[in-house]
Design a protein around this ligand. Structure first.
Ligand SMILES: *Cc1c(COP(=O)(O)O)cnc(C)c1O
Length: 403
């Protein structure tokens, strides 16, 4: 590993993590992005804002989420101590709301009266619709036509919460196209609208801002593991779609050089098939949604569609900070297939009584494989970033079980 003063100080003032990130947007979008950046820089050290955020994290979301010693999995694997950070216990069932709460409080402070967001699986859409209902702001969610069909329970949830769903029928009719439409809406409704992006991607300052709001995960983990074990973990693990829950866990520890980290991408039907979502392992650098990062693309540079059984990992890009940490080799990136995730999903249900979302089931699949490389006095912490209620139908179908 290269010696560096700190991995935690990026991005630079132009939004770059090494050669990744930046602000590849049209001139019409630039003033909006600059305004968000300016206001975001103000609230970072504003006590009143931070206290308000703390209040809602505690009383609305239910933070801090516990750090659980997973006793039966530890015993079953017979090696290192396994801990789960239980972000699946948050209100709305995943980590996404940590970020939505931060961004909506910023939007309110900026006097914005209308919220837009994109969603793929619907998890970010539900979290956004939730905070919009909480603060009484109108909410418009862009969602690919294909995803609307695939994710009808979440579409209904968003509607119950008062959001308007706008179906996107351009391109592949999924997440990447929904994000394009949301950016288009933002340009047209400059003055009153705030765009809540759901992962650590997009133009600067979004990757840094989303990371900062999710970093509560790692900060709590540091305190909790010191209290439980009086030492730092040897390894941190998290699944990666755009990379927000992973960077949220990892960021706090980036400069603790003895803490190893693994991000887990979705290998879908396998890395040698064209049906996967492993942007780092199987992609090349390019530009999408306002930032430079690793992307799944064809030889001609066309963005390819991602595939994963877990809709939350089904994104052809990855946040730029991960691209940087990948090339720096500070974080290792591995992957798990659909089939491996389904197996880990069932394993977790039976051994810990926790039905995990299919996203963290990917991280668990890799954890199960590599645990044997660690000794009994080692500690592994995995982010259980979402619960699996939303996934039971997918799993049943995969196991050919009629409900
Ligand atoms: C959305 C989602 C993900 C993927 O997003 P990241 O930004 O990579 O965290 C992972 N897990 C769950 C439960 C999700 O809802």
């Amino acid at each position: 590993m290269k010696t560096k003063n700190s991995y935690k100080q990026l991005p630079d003032e132009k939004g770059y993590f090494g050669k990744f990130g930046g602000r590849y947007v049209s001139e019409t979008l630039m003033p909006l992005i600059l305004e968000v950046e300016k206001e975001y820089n103000k609230i970072k050290n504003d006590n009143q804002f931070q206290n308000e955020l703390k209040y809602y994290l505690k009383n609305y979301i239910g933070r801090p989420s516990p750090l659980l010693f997973a006793e039966r999995i530890t015993e079953n694997l017979g090696g290192p101590k396994i801990y789960f950070k239980r972000d699946e216990l948050n209100h709305t069932g995943a980590h996404k709301i940590n970020n939505c709460m931060g961004q909506i409080l910023l939007a309110k402070r900026m006097g914005k009266k209308r919220i837009i967001a994109e969603t793929g699986a619907g998890q970010h859409g539900v979290a956004t619709a939730t905070v919009c209902a909480l603060f009484g702001l109108p909410c418009i969610i862009y969602m690919g036509e294909k995803d609307i069909k695939r994710q009808s329970p979440n579409v209904f949830r968003m509607k119950l919460l008062g959001a308007e769903i706008r179906s996107v029928s351009t391109g592949s009719k999924s997440l990447k196209d929904a994000m394009n439409e949301a950016l288009r809406d933002w340009v047209t409704n400059v003055r009153n609208t705030f765009y809540i992006i759901g992962t650590a991607a997009g133009p600067h300052p979004y990757p840094a801002m989303v990371r900062d709001f999710q970093s509560i995960i790692g900060k709590e983990v540091r305190e909790q593991i010191i209290k439980a074990e009086n030492k730092l973990p040897n390894l941190l693990m998290a699944c990666i779609g755009g990379g927000s829950n992973a960077i949220g866990l990892f960021h706090e520890f980036l400069d603790d050089k003895d803490v190893e980290m693994i991000g887990i991408e979705a290998a879908g039907h396998g890395l040698n098939s064209s049906k996967h979502a492993a942007s780092l392992t199987g992609g090349e650098p390019g530009v999408l949604h306002g930032n430079k990062t690793y992307l799944l693309q064809s030889n001609e540079g066309q963005i390819e569609e991602a595939h994963s059984i877990s809709a939350g990992l089904d994104y052809p890009g990855i946040g730029p900070e991960h691209s940087y940490l990948f090339e720096e080799k500070r974080i290792a990136y591995m992957s798990a297939t659909d089939a491996e995730a389904i197996e880990a999903f069932q394993y977790c249900c039976k051994l810990e009584g926790i039905i995990p979302a299919l996203e963290p089931a990917h991280a668990l699949a890799v954890l199960i494989k590599i645990a044997k490389n660690y000794s009994k006095d080692n500690i592994i912490i995995m982010n259980m970033c979402g619960r699996g209620d939303k996934d039971i139908f997918t799993v049943a179908e995969e196991l050919k079980i009629k409900l």
